[in-house]
Design a protein around this ligand. Structure first.
Ligand code: ATP
Length: 464
């Protein structure tokens, strides 16, 4: 999001506590202090998220999404795209370049203002983001710091073989500007008219001073952003509409009501051009923190780019015979951060048949695998039928095929990564042409004819 606060103030000077502190009170926090450790452990153990460049000792604050993590992250982004683009006729998609020229960031205000307050500890010389440390050096405990100075968070590079000023380029720190710079292109090519939106999912880069809390705050991350262009008089109505829509999206995908909330910004937190901003917050183990910001940005962005580029970024309303600059409502979410919230809220430990198990109660749409296909025995007699069942499911669902160890252990392994249904092929299957479908949450098992399997699983999926 473009610089918070009035011009000249620094980004992110908000009301957040030090994110490593777990507040003593607050809803449902009891027993969650170790949740982070458990989820991070599970992510590493099961191939959801790896430390980047692990074999070289790791590269701080960058992560690689492993075989299961890439499925989960993709499902989060697909669920967003489905809700924001596929199921609507008033929003279109975009995939803009990550590399961009300084002119874009000069106009947007990022070159001047996209900064955090940086201080050096006078004792151990470590650098910190001032608003995150409560006046005490997390490394040595000193309370003596240098004056805060604005540290710009954009990654600067050079495009082409000459490293001079004329070749400077930036890695985008947000996806949003691509929607503003393409406003006229999209308007002309799609014949959309306000109210309409442009949506984008993709990587963004911020040279965060203190990346922390696993994938919550990293230097390279993914965002899911939409700019919704509206007639100025309708902006407040659409702002409220998007607040409700975005809040509901998280609930629909299984985040419990007491772990998600909307928090309206105080007037002092608002950007000078903003007529209103609210965050969707999730109850992380360290307290409430932001998943998404939804802002009523007025005409700030289109005006800024129109002025800097000399292009007309307006809409001509033929019926009314008037030309105007649309106002913008922006729901801006983090895909990687949201994936982490889904993992935290899905993580459960319970008992099945007197045995402890870990289960990710992920929404089936999000789960890395929807179906685990498990032949009861490795014997060659079951293999051809099991592979046939697998092949019949693969066009419809992301499947895992697992033949190792006992069936009980295989169920536990699927539970631990959130696979909602396991399909077991046993020796009776050869006779009756049916398989056993086991439900992750209830552990109930039912016998289903192989011919009905796809329809049965689809019904279960639609019923969630
Ligand atoms: P914060 O205050 O946490 O730094 P922000 O208010 O600057 O975030 P926005 O610019 O509004 O964030 O970006 C929209 C969303 O992008 C955030 O709500 C968050 O989900 C995600 N996001 C922003 N920065 C990061 C980051 N460094 N790592 C992971 N996700 C991020």
């Amino acid at each position: 999001m473009v610089p918070l606060g009035p011009p000249g103030t620094m980004r992110g000077m908000s009301d957040q506590e030090n994110p490593t502190d777990v507040p003593a009170d607050g809803p449902d926090l009891a027993g969650r202090a170790d949740l982070m450790e458990k989820v991070v452990g599970l992510c590493k153990r099961r191939g959801l998220i790896f430390q980047s460049a692990d074999i070289y000792g790791g590269f701080r604050s960058t992560y690689d999404y492993g075989p299961l993590g890439v499925n989960l992250l993709r499902n989060v982004k697909n669920a967003w795209w489905e809700a924001m683009v596929q199921r609507r006729d008033d929003v279109v998609g975009l995939d803009a370049a990550i590399l961009s020229p300084p002119a874009v960031w000069a106009a947007s205000g990022h070159l001047a203002n996209f900064s955090d307050p940086l201080v050096d500890c006078r004792s151990c010389h470590q650098r910190w983001r001032e608003d995150k440390i409560d006046g005490v050096c997390p490394s040595c405990g000193s309370t003596e710091f240098t004056e805060a100075r604005a540290f710009n968070l954009m990654f600067k590079t050079h495009a082409g073989p000459v490293e001079d000023e004329g070749a400077v380029a930036y890695l985008r720190p947000e996806t949003a500007q691509g929607m503003f710079t393409n406003f006229a292109n999209v308007l002309q090519t799609t014949r959309k008219k306000p109210p309409f939106g442009i949506a984008q999912v993709g990587k963004s880069f911020r040279n965060e001073i203190t990346p922390q809390n696993f994938v919550f705050r990293t230097r390279e991350f993914e965002q899911m952003e939409m700019e919704f262009f509206v007639p100025p008089d309708d902006a407040q109505t659409w702002f409220e509409y998007w607040l409700a829509e975005r809040h509901r999206w998280y609930l629909d995908l299984g985040i419990p009501e007491d772990q998600i909330r909307l928090r309206h910004h105080e007037a002092s937190e608002l950007a000078h051009y903003s007529a209103g901003t609210a965050d969707v917050e999730f109850l992380f183990p360290w307290g409430w923190d932001e998943l998404e910001g939804i802002a009523n940005r007025g005409s700030f962005d289109l005006h800024a780019h129109a002025e800097a580029s000399g292009e007309r970024l307006e809409y001509f309303d033929q019926a009314a015979g008037e030309r105007y600059t649309p106002h913008v409502i922006e729901p801006a979410a983090g895909a990687t951060r949201t994936m982490m919230a889904f993992l935290l809220s899905a993580y459960h430990e319970d008992e099945v048949g007197g045995e402890a198990r870990t289960v990710l109660r992920l929404h089936p749409k999000l789960a890395p695998y929807q179906v685990g296909v498990l032949p009861l025995s490795k014997k060659e007699t079951l293999e051809p039928l099991a592979r046939q069942v697998l092949a019949s499911l693969q066009p419809h669902f992301m499947c895992d095929y697992d033949t190792t160890q006992s069936i009980g252990k295989r169920y536990r392994r699927q539970d631990e990564v959130g696979t909602p249904w396991c399909v077991t092929i046993d020796f009776d299957s050869l006779e009756d042409g049916a398989v056993t479908v086991r439900d992750r949450d209830t552990t109930e098992q039912s016998r289903i004819p192989i011919d009905d399997l796809v329809a049965d699983l689809r019904r279960r999926m639609d019923a969630v």
